[in-house]
Design a protein around this ligand. Structure first.
Ligand code: KIV
Length: 299
C-alpha cells in the first residue's frame, strides 16, 4: 500500500446520482442499463468513473474475493463491511447491497431488519434478494419500509444445493412458466428491477417485454433491459471457474502474476528499489551524523 498522500484528483464533471427512477426511465426510453459488481473502494471509484449506472455489492464476494466454493458462508457482517468500502468510493451509481444467505429467509421481520442495515449502516440505496413468489411478502414489507428491492430469478446461487449445481434454469416449458409467474409476483410486490441469471435468452426477452420494471440479465441474452457482470470475471481476475456467459474484457490475473514475478526478480537482483524510489539525506546531514557517531568525517 502506498503511504504517500493522495495526489489531487483529476477534475471530471460530477455525474448526477442514479436513482430507481432513472432505471424506470431508461427502460421506457429503451436505453440499456449497466451494472457491475464491486466489493472495495478502488473498484468502486473505477466503476463510477466509467459511468456505470449501478453497483451491486454482490454476495459473489464470497467466491471471487473470500475464496469460498459458493456464496452460502457469506454473512451480514461481511456484506456490510464491503458495502461501506464501496459507498466510500462511488458517488453516482445506484448502490445495491445483496442480502446474504439466511439473512431474509427466516422471517419477513428478519428480512426488513437486515435490509434496513444496508441503508442505515453501509451507505447502500437498495437491496437485492433471491427468489420468487415465496419472497413476495418480504419484498412487499421491505419496500413498505422505504427500501427499494431488486429481485433475482433463474440461477439463484444461494439455492445451489436445491438446484443441484450452478446450471442454467427454466429450460422446460413448465419451469419457464413458473419463472414468468415469479417475475410477475415480484413486480406486483413492488420490486423496482429484476436480475435474470442463466435463463434462455428468448424467455428473458419475453419477460422483459411483459414487465414494466427493468430486467438486468446475466447469461440471459441481449433482450434484457440491462446487463450485469461480476467484475472479477469481466477483468479476468478470477479464473478458477469461468461461466459460459462471462466475457473477459481483460486478463488481469496474468497481468498481476507478471507484475509480481517482475518485482521478485528485481528485488532478488537488487535493481529495485532504485534511487528514484529512495529517500535521500543531504550530504552535510549525513556527515554530521557520521561525525557524531565516529568523531571523524568519512566519505
Ligand atoms: O452476487 C452477485 O454478484 C450477483 C450477480 C451475479 C447478479 O448476484
Amino acid at each position: 500500500m502506498s503511504t504517500q498522500a493522495p495526489k489531487t484528483k483529476s477534475k471530471e464533471a460530477a455525474r448526477a446520482k442514479v436513482t430507481v427512477r432513472d432505471f424506470r426511465q431508461k427502460k421506457k426510453d429503451g436505453q440499456p442499463i449497466t451494472m457491475l459488481t464491486a466489493y472495495d473502494y478502488p473498484t468502486a471509484l473505477a466503476v463510477d468513473r466509467a459511468g456505470i449506472d449501478a453497483i451491486l455489492v454482490g454476495d459473489s464476494l464470497g467466491m471471487v474475493v473470500l475464496g469460498y466454493p459458493n456464496t452460502l458462508p457469506v454473512t451480514m457482517e461481511d456484506m456490510l463491511h464491503h458495502c461501506r468500502a464501496v459507498a466510500r468510493g462511488a458517488n453516482a451509481p445506484l448502490l445495491i447491497g445483496d442480502l446474504p444467505f439466511m439473512s431474509y429467509q427466516v422471517s419477513v421481520e428478519q428480512a426488513v431488519a437486515n435490509a434496513g442495515r444496508f441503508l442505515q449502516e453501509a451507505g447502500m440505496d437498495a437491496v437485492k434478494l433471491e427468489g420468487g413468489r415465496e419472497r413476495a411478502e418480504a419484498v412487499r414489507q421491505i419496500v413498505a419500509a422505504g427500501i427499494p428491492v431488486m429481485g433475482h430469478l433463474g440461477l439463484t446461487p444461494q439455492s445451489v444445493n436445491t438446484l443441484g449445481g450452478f446450471r442454467p434454469q427454466a429450460r422446460t416449458s413448465s419451469a419457464a412458466k413458473r419463472l414468468i409467474e415469479d417475475a410477475l409476483a415480484l413486480e406486483k410486490a413492488g420490486a423496482f428491477s429484476l436480475v435474470l441469471e442463466s435463463v434462455p435468452a428468448r424467455l428473458a426477452e419475453w419477460i422483459s417485454q411483459k414487465l414494466s420494471i427493468p430486467t438486468i440479465g446475466i447469461g440471459a441474452g441481449v433482450g434484457c433491459d440491462g446487463q450485469v457482470l461480476v467484475t472479477h470475471d469481466l477483468l479476468g481476475l478470477f479464473d478458477r471457474f469461468v461461466p459460459k456467459f462471462v466475457k473477459q474484457y481483460a486478463s488481469l490475473h496474468s497481468v498481476m502474476a507478471e507484475a509480481f514475478a517482475a518485482f521478485k526478480a528485481e528485488v532478488e537482483e537488487r535493481s529495485f528499489p532504485g534511487e528514484e524510489h529512495s529517500v535521500a539525506i543531504k550530504e552535510e546531514q549525513w556527515q554530521a551524523l557520521l561525525k557524531d557517531l565516529n568523531g571523524k568525517t568519512k566519505s
